[in-house]
Design a binder for this molecule. Structure first.
Ligand code: HAS
Ligand code: CU
Length: 549
């Protein structure tokens, strides 16, 4: 099969993103198990005092590097690849993309310095009035603006392609990547305004106080769609790569897949108040509206589960799979990329159920700020997303470097170890939350731990240890692959699945941007506008910033 050849320079550029991502994961993942061990009463932080002053500093390193840096860099690299490969054309303005990338790198370094020197122990949500060193906020701003610039590079490439191909349907992988990049551009406005109008001036001493309520509203304007910015690249892979990898199958419905992405664009942003159900400054009516829209954004994920599983099943049955579930055994489980993504998808069912639970107002009042929430997001961002990205890297890194994947068997083991570790870790966190254990607290040191928490706290530590082993195997496989002397025999085939139906049959309205973009902006104005106006009109910059560490 003749595939479009991504140029060596572009491969290198994409690879630089993946390299930074994996370096961030390597450092950030050291601290996850440390927190889990702390919960189990094994306090390793005491030995790290010269480098890491507190549990909270470790938690900040973990959250920022894993949730923000690993994801954003991997995603920008992967989206860049998907746009180039999908549109079968070079970047329109590679310099622009490079500028964006380097802004992001400088931003990460700028934010890392205060974090590592204990000047920004504010966790990955950096809620004011906690006040970090200004370099932390400048760094975050550079990462966001750098990712915008890279996004502009991708849109310009699309515009050039569209001019050359006025009547063609946008190839799915590029189409879905562009929607993800557009979602990011829109939703990050919230955090940009929060940093530029409040946090940065506060940290520079230009203003004396902040309005924590308004700051949280800005933050969650970005914070919720952020989770779909993480998720959608994994979905692209589940829709467009996994069927071919797992059962030599096709994408069951190109139209349904495209519709799901449009719904994500429209519905991802206007529901941030589901993170603010307990905020006294948000009136109940708005919380209700945002909760209804949250139930709405559940649907494109259900559509995804349906389409992806139908695609997998179709192929598995063709190769002799039988029974309601028997076909699952026919999937290509020995391919590490497949195993990682299937296991990620299986755990995502439970992550999704937890999301629905969180979104239900009255239940949220019980769960909010408990260990249930980190239980939820370790199934979602730390498994559905992270384990899928690991799976993607098992073919993408050989593709980009021309070096063979080192010991595929170990890569498969890595995915299973993650799966097992995460079941133990996440299940115990969910149960702890139901028993009332708070999140963001070094429970190993807490004087109020009831006996019924103890076995679960031990399981948190055990799960953390197993995840640590899996993370270490992943890094070893990546390191050995990147330095592998054994080259791939010929160009690695990008395992992209065809669509079952002729893509030209996909309705044209699913390939038109304007109505969806206007709809997205209109819904945001209706559902956020009045509250933003009200909160800004009543702004009270009265909370002085402080350090609690
Ligand atoms: Fe969430 C809190 C609601 C999805 C991440 N979420 C968080 C936080 C994070 C996070 C990080 O309404 C904490 C933030 C903080 O620090 O405070 N979440 C939801 C809902 C969904 C959801 C309704 N969350 C995610 C995803 C995340 C993520 C995705 C990251 C990537 N979440 C909430 C709420 C809160 C919250 C409240 C606030 C809680 C509080 O009080 O603080 C939904 O989008 C979920 C839909 C998912 C599904 C599952 C579909 C299943 C699929 C699997 C297909 C299977 C395959 C495998 C392919 C409907 C698609 C097949 C395999 C075979 C072998 C056949
Ligand atoms: Cu959310």
């Amino acid at each position: 099969m003749n595939q479009y050849q991504v140029s060596p320079a572009e491969k290198k550029f994409i690879g630089s993103h993946i390299l930074v991502a994996i370096l961030a994961l390597a450092v950030g993942s050291l601290f996850g198990p440390l927190q889990a061990f702390e919960h189990a009463g094994w306090d390793f932080y005491q030995y790290l005092k010269p480098f890491i002053k507190s549990y909270y500093q470790g938690l900040t390193v973990h959250g920022v590097l894993n949730a923000l840096v690993w994801t954003t860099f991997f995603i920008m690299g992967f989206l860049t690849f998907l746009v180039i490969f999908g549109l079968k054309r070079q970047l329109k303005n590679p310099t622009l993309n490079k500028v964006g990338f380097w802004m992001m790198v400088v931003g990460v370094v700028a934010a890392a310095i205060p974090i590592l020197t204990n000047q920004a122990t504010v966790l990955f949500t950096f809620y004011p009035p906690l006040k970090a060193n200004w370099a932390f906020y400048v760094g975050l701003t550079l990462v966001v603006v750098g990712s915008w610039v890279e996004g502009w590079g991708l849109f310009m490439t699309y515009a050039a392609w569209r001019k050359e191909n006025p009547n063609e349907r946008t190839p799915f992988v590029a189409f879905a990547s562009l929607i993800t990049a557009a979602l990011w551009q829109i939703c990050t406005l919230g955090v940009a305004v929060e940093i530029l109008t409040m946090l940065l001036p506060l940290s520079l001493g230009l203003i004396d106080g902040v309005d924590p309520q308004l700051a949280r509203t800005y933050f969650w304007f970005t914070g919720h769609p952020l989770v779909y910015f993480w998720l959608l690249p994994a979905y692209i892979s589940w829709y467009a790569f996994l069927p071919r990898q797992a059962s030599n199958s096709k994408m069951f419905s190109d139209s349904l897949a495209r519709l799901a992405f449009w719904i994500f664009l429209v519905l991802s942003t206007p529901l941030g108040f589901h993170h603010q159900y307990v905020d006294p400054g948000v009136p109940p009516a708005w919380k209700f509206i945002h909760s209804m829209l949250t139930f709405g954004v559940f649907f494109p994920s259900m559509m995804t589960a349906f389409t992806v599983i139908a695609s997998l099943e179709m192929g598995a049955r063709k190769s002799g799979g039988k029974g309601a579930f028997g076909w699952i055994g026919k999937l290509n489980w020995s391919d590490p990329s497949v195993a990682a993504q299937l296991l990620a998808g299986i755990l995502f069912f439970f992550g999704g159920m937890g999301g629905l639970t969180n979104a239900s107002y009255n239940v949220n009042l019980v769960l909010h700020n408990t260990a249930f929430i980190p239980g939820h997001f370790h199934l979602t961002v730390a498994t559905a997303v992270t384990l899928s990205f690991m799976g993607i890297s098992y073919w993408l890194v050989p593709y980009l470097t021309g070096r063979k994947l080192w010991q595929p068997k170990w890569a498969t083991i890595q995915a299973w170890v993650w799966f097992v570790g995460m079941i133990i870790f996440s299940n115990s966190m969910h149960v702890l939350g139901l028993l009332g254990a708070p999140r963001r607290v070094p429970l190993g040191l807490a004087p109020y731990v009831p006996a019924e928490w103890n076995s679960r706290l031990f399981q948190v530590g055990l799960g953390g240890a197993i995840l640590f082993v899996s993370g270490a195997i992943y890094l070893l496989v990546m390191l050995k692959t990147a330095t592998n002397k054994e080259r791939v025999e010929s160009e690695v085939i990008v395992p992209v699945a065809d669509s079952l139906q002729d893509v030209a049959q996909t309705p044209e309205w699913l390939d038109r941007w304007a109505p969806w973009l206007y709809g997205t902006l209109a819904l945001i104005v209706v559902v956020y506008g009045p509250q933003l106006v009200d909160q800004i009109a009543n702004i009270a910059l009265t909370s002085p910033g402080f350090r609690v560490w």
